[in-house]
Structure formats: C-alpha cells, structure tokens
Design a binder for this molecule. Structure first.
Ligand code: 5AD
Ligand code: SF4
Length: 435
C-alpha cells in the first residue's frame, strides 16, 4: 500500500461513454491508494481532466480549462491530463501548459497510481495492452459500462481514435463474464457493453484465446442469472450480418435499441470516409432489423460537410434520414483532425455551408420525431425506473425511449409497465399501469 492516504480527487470527464468508463477506472485505481472522489475541484488534491479529441472545438477549450483549474486549485494540488487528447498531444501539453503535472494517454489509464508520483511524466504509448485489466467498482449502480475491446482498427478517414486508443484488442470473454457477474451481485440491472466496433469482438486477442465472436459473447452474457438488460455501443453497420441481427432480435435480455452510425447517406462520401458499406447496404440492414423487431429503436451519428460533400451528397443523407426515421440522431459538422487522411483533402466544405446543412438535418430530424411521438400515444412499455425526484420519475423502455411519469410508489431500479398518455416536443409522458 502506498504512503498516500486520505487525499481527494476531482475528475472532469469529456467525450464518450468509453471516457466515462475510463474515469471510473481512474477513480477505482486511485481509491486503492487512498483517494476519495469529490465534486469540488477547489479543495481537491488531484484534478484529472479526462479529455476527448474527436472534434477540434472542444479540444481547443482544453487549455482554457487547464488555466481555469490552475487558478482555482489549492496551491499544492496536482493537475493531470488524461484520455484521448493526452494520447495524441503528449508532451506538447506540458510545454503549452506548465501547470500540468503529468499526461496519461487513453491506452494507459491503469497506470494512474504510478504516474502521480512522477513529476512531468508523459505516458502515452499506444502499444500498451490494457486488455487484461478489469477494475473493482467502488459504488453499486443501476447500470454499468463494461469494455469488450480497446482501440480501433477501422481507420475511417476522418477519425482520430486509432491514434488515441491504438489497435483493436478484444478483452478475454472470461474477464467480461466475471465483471458482469460481479456487477449483478452488486445490484446492477443493466450492462452496457462498450467498444469502438463491438460487433467485431473476437477479431484479435492479445494472447491465445478460444475462437469467439460478438454473438457468442452476447449468448454467454444472456445466460447470466440476475442480469436483466444488455445494451451495447457502438456496433459497426459493416459487421451487421444476418446472424448478428437474428441474435439481437432473438434474446429477450438484449434491449431492442441499437446505434447504427451512418456518417453519410452518399456512397461517394462513404467511400471517401472508408466506411466499407454503401447506402443500399445500410438501408437493407435497417429493413432486415425492422422485419425482425418492428418497434426497434434506432440511433445514429451523422457528419455533414465532409470534404467534397456536394448538395447532391447531402440530399442522399436526408433521404436516408427520411426513410429510417431515427429515434436518436447525433449530428456533427466535419472537423479536420490531425493524423487523419481527410484533413489533407483539398475540397474542404466552407463552414457556413456545413452549418446550414447541420441545421437542416437537425430540423428534419425534429420534425420526424414529432410525427413519431404522435404514434406513441397509447403504447404500453415495460421500463426500468432510472430517476425519481420531486414527485416525477423517468425510466427507459427496452427500445431506449425515455418516459416521464408520476413518481408515486416507485423506486429507482423497479421495472414497471407504463402507457404513453401525452407528448411534448418529442418527449413522452406516461402513466403507470396497474398502480
Ligand atoms: N469530425 C466530426 N465528427 C466526427 N466524429 C468522429 N470524427 C469526427 C470528425 N473528425 C463523429 C462520428 C462518430 C462520433 C463519435 O463522432 O459521427 O461516430
Ligand atoms: Fe471517446 Fe473518441 Fe472522444 Fe476518445 S476521441 S473520448 S474515443 S469520442
């Protein structure tokens, strides 16, 4: 045991679910050497910024954030920059921001308790193998993120992630099952499997490992007694073969909502992005999915203004949005990132045009959502209650729909049946059945 005891830790987490999970991992490691997590950076002994680099704008804010924490922190408190920006900026961070004490890349999170003792350390090796590392959870929660793989091999031409999280390695199934089992014993009802391309699970392990794919992993997890719900993010549309979709449809514990990152509806742009599928394949997968699970919830990510994107290309994206009628849509203006091939393409789309397309896309999605919400009236859902406060409660259906209802007689963690009674701007109000 280290000499450190009774110290406090503040973590600022940016970015995706993977980063949320990494922050839990950081807190768990530091918990073992005496740190308690708090939510006030002004009195913390250690401040960690767990960063995201997927787009330029939030990354630009990193240095003003560091400046802010440097100003408000206790004089002796340390600042560490972790995560994806740490991975690809490395020592530059120390040069630009002398108040930073160390830099720890996304692939090296498990080394946190050593790094805090090494002034000005930069630990960003992309070949570090964290795939055997499972951490102890300190708190019992309703939902838990579990990694199934680290890194990404896809090299989509716009994406920095392979340069921040390194090559894709699957985590041995034995460890995933152990972690899921421990979660269930601690009261977790829903697990969310995480990976850059979850349905490519099993493509590469760091040691010898019995042959297994994502379906095999899902089937083993479904057999865990006490585990009620399984979600995963993100699957890659390219790997959504019939067998995968049938497995998804077949198992009652697998929630019927799925994230299918489209990125673009234009075949020209999909090719330039190196996505590996066409608009036709994508629509065919949606059709197959809906044939198997008619009320499946489908979410997506779309980038507008990728270099060379014409009005006609964008019209294809809008057409896919119209045809699929996504339940959730995360949309972004293309942001050129260092180390990515697309950043060097000549025909970059002017920002004003990209922003116009973004707002058209978001507007269209909102219209479709409002139409869809009308069809929800009267529908009955079984939901897991996630939040109860001041007389009102929220829960999510299997399909990922968020419903609000009166909190009377319900507690977080209950499964209850509700009926949709009203909608407002795409959000759904419900009434408990049989109460
Ligand atoms: N510019 C804009 N959006 C991006 N994404 C990834 N890289 C970029 C980029 N360079 C989006 C993709 C991805 C989501 C997590 O972020 O849509 O699915
Ligand atoms: Fe997550 Fe990608 Fe951002 Fe890293 S760069 S935090 S993997 S979204």
């Amino acid at each position: 045991m280290s000499s450190i005891s009774k110290k406090t830790l503040y973590i600022e987490t940016m970015g995706c679910a993977m980063n949320t999970r990494d922050s839990e991992h950081l807190a768990s490691e530091l918990g073992k050497v005496g740190y308690t997590q708090i939510d006030n950076p002004e009195i913390a002994d250690l401040i960690l910024l767990n960063t995201c680099s997927v787009r330029e704008k939030p990354e630009r804010k990193l240095f003003s954030e560091i400046g802010h924490f440097a100003k408000i922190k206790k004089p002796e408190a340390k600042i560490g920059v972790c995560g994806c920006s740490a991975s690809h900026m490395g020592a530059q961070i120390l040069q630009k921001a002398p108040s930073v004490d160390f830099v720890l890349g996304a692939r090296n999170i498990s080394k946190i308790s050593q790094i805090i003792h090494q002034p000005k350390a930069v630990e960003v090796a992309l070949d570090h193998d964290d795939s055997h590392y499972i951490f102890e959870r300190s708190q019992s929660t309703l939902k838990a993120f579990i990694n199934v793989s680290i890194g990404c091999d896809k090299h989509c031409s716009y994406c920095i992630v392979p340069h921040t999280r390194g090559r894709e390695i699957s985590i041995p199934m034995r460890l995933i099952l152990q972690e899921a089992q421990r979660c269930v014993e601690n009261g977790v009802k829903e697990i969310i499997l995480l990976g850059q391309n979850v349905n490519n699970y099993g493509a590469r392990f760091s040691g010898t490992h019995p042959k297994i794919d994502f379906r095999g992993l899902l089937e083993s997890l479904c057999a865990l007694e006490g585990l009620e719900r399984i979600r995963f993010t993100s699957p890659h549309p390219l790997h959504m073969d019939d067998a995968f979709l049938e497995c998804f449809a077949h198992h009652p514990k697998i929630c019927k909502s799925i994230h299918m990152p489209l990125q673009s509806g234009s075949n020209t742009i999909l090719k330039a992005m190196k996505r590996g599928y066409t608009k036709e394949w994508y629509l065919n997968r949606v059709e197959k999915l809906r044939a198997l699970v008619p009320d499946v919830g489908i979410g997506t990510d779309i980038i507008v203004g990728f270099p060379g994107e014409t009005e006609a290309d964008f019209a294809h994206t809008l057409e896919v949005v119209d045809r699929v009628q996504f339940d959730t849509l995360y949309s972004f203006v293309y942001s050129p990132r260092p180390l990515t091939p697309a950043a060097h393409l000549e025909n970059q789309v002017p920002d004003t045009i990209a922003k116009e397309r973004l707002s058209m896309l978001q507007h269209r999605h909102q219209e479709l959502l409002a139409q869809k919400a009308k069809n929800e009236l009267g529908k009955v859902y079984r939901i897991l209650v996630e939040n109860v406060s001041e007389g009102s409660a929220q829960g999510r259906s299997d399909q990922g729909r968020l419903l609000s209802f009166e909190a009377q007689g319900v507690s977080v963690g209950d499964f209850i049946d509700v009926q949709v009674v009203a909608h407002h701007k795409g959000s759904l109000q419900a009434q408990r059945l049989g109460a």
